[in-house]
Structures are given as C-alpha cells and as structure tokens.
Design a protein around this ligand. Structure first.
Ligand SMILES: [Zn+2]
Length: 155
C-alpha cells in the first residue's frame, strides 16, 4: 500500500449544527494511492489532519476519510468533523484548493504587473529587462519603454 501525502494549508469557515460558524484549517491529506472507489465503498481511503477550534483551544485532529456518496450523491472521499453540519468531501477540498490558488495567483498579478485597458496584465517580454517591452497576456498589445531599452541608440 502506497500513501500519497498532500499538503493543503487551507482555511475554511464551516457551520456547526447550532448555526455557529468556526474556522478550520486543513493541514494535510494522506491518501491510499490508486484507490478504486467502486471496490472501496464504505472503506477507508485516507486521513486528513485538521486544526479545529474547540472550547477556546486549537485542537489538532486527524479524521478518517471514507469512500461514500458526497452531498451531491457522487462516490467520493468523505469525512465528518464533529458538530459540523455537512459532511465534507475531497472534491470540496480540491475545489477550495483550486480557488485559493487562483486567488493567490490573481493577487500576485495585481501587485506585480500593470493592468492593460482590456483587463489583462502587462507581462515583461524579456525577464532580464522587465521594464523594457511588455505585452498584454490577454489582447497581446505591446508597450515599449525606450528608456529601459538595453539597446543603446547611437548618439
Ligand atoms: Zn490587453
């Protein structure tokens, strides 16, 4: 049996059964590799490490992930956090991870590059001369800053 370890480092707000909201931290997944869910129904397919606030303490807990129907009725890896209203599936976690990565990437673009009129970002054409020629990653329009040009004009 081969165990695949995936670092998550994700936060999510979840509702408790009494309506209170808590913020949990998904730390790490440990999954049995190449599992066939059709043959694994009701059995363990991995573990998830979570930091979970409880009674004023941040508890680090490990939950078992079972092959079960998720909230949408599809066969998935599913786990249950005590007192949390809904069961959580691996596809929820992967979606959250994808959204987080997209958000982080957009954030990085916003802070690093100028915006084009079309809403795209002006990326450097040459990494070595980032201020010289830039092009829009969406409409491909170019912009040149001759002052930053490495080519020296003859006087
Ligand atoms: Zn553009």
């Amino acid at each position: 049996m081969v165990i695949e370890v995936k670092s998550l480092q994700l936060n999510e707000n979840l509702f408790l059964i009494d309506g209170e909201m808590i913020n949990v931290f998904y730390k790490e997944l440990r999954l049995i590799e190449n599992i066939n869910r059709e043959n694994n129904h009701g059995k363990i397919e991995g573990y998830i490490d979570i930091v979970y606030p409880f009674a004023g303490l941040n508890l680090q807990m490990t939950f078992e992930i079972y092959t079960e129907e998720n909230e949408e009725g599809d066969l998935d890896g599913v786990f249950k956090i005590p007192f949390v209203e809904n069961k959580i599936s691996l596809s929820d976690i992967y979606l959250l991870q994808h959204m987080e990565e997209t958000y982080r990437f957009t954030d990085q673009l916003e802070s690093e590059y100028e915006k084009c009129l079309c809403g795209g970002y002006m990326m450097p054409m040459y990494e070595e001369f980032p201020d010289w020629i830039t092009f829009c990653n969406r409409c491909d329009s170019r912009s040149e800053n001759t002052f930053a040009s490495p080519i020296k004009e003859p006087c």
